[in-house]
Design a protein around this ligand. Structure first.
Ligand code: SF4
Ligand code: SF4
Length: 169
């Protein structure tokens, strides 16, 4: 177990730990619309997220081992940073609708299709609820990493962080 910058990190952060990570937005912001949810809690030398954000909403600064801090007022929830993160630590969540929308990086094939009903998993890969695929996006720059958006019941907005690999029982 490590404690750095006041964040205890044991592989998968608890909700209480998440609230102390500087890349995690406030509940108030999450309710307003899509926003990045940066679950980066280890002081590693890394900053592609800072470069990737077209709205300068992410700051790592110097030293490069700083945890990325999110300016939730600048973030539009565009999702550009998701595939730019080599640690697969960035998500976009939207708590403004009746159901939650969660966007996450996905590096497996086959990809799901829009409208698919899928098993949604938590940070540890456990299936926690069902969801519906809303979008699949791929950028030319990060073509190995698709960004998938699923719709799930709202209580899972801070829990669902991916889907079960397709074609696996
Ligand atoms: S979602 Fe878009 S605006 Fe928000 S931090 Fe990521 S790249 Fe920047
Ligand atoms: S790119 Fe990902 S792993 Fe690297 S600092 Fe940003 S959030 Fe953390």
């Amino acid at each position: 177990m490590m404690q750095k910058q006041g964040v205890i990190y044991q592989g998968y952060p608890s909700e209480e730990e998440l609230s102390r990570i500087p890349g995690v937005p406030s509940d108030e912001r999450i309710k307003k619309g899509p926003v990045a949810f940066i679950e980066c809690a280890q002081e590693i030398p890394c900053n592609p997220c800072e470069e990737a954000c077209p709205f300068k909403a992410i700051t790592v600064g110097k030293p490069i081992t700083n945890l990325p801090a999110l300016d939730e007022t600048k973030c539009t929830g565009c999702g550009t940073c998701i595939a730019a993160c080599p640690g697969l630590a960035i998500f976009v969540v939207n708590g403004s609708k009746e159901k939650a929308e969660i966007s996450f990086p996905y590096e497996y094939y086959p990809l799901p299709e829009k409208g698919d009903e899928v098993d949604c998993v938590d940070r540890e890969g456990r299936v926690v609820t069902g969801g519906t695929v809303l979008r699949i996006a791929k950028s030319q720059k990060y073509d190995a990493t698709a960004v998938i958006t699923v719709q799930v019941p709202k209580e899972y907005i801070k829990i669902v962080r991916g889907i079960k690999r397709l074609g696996r029982s």
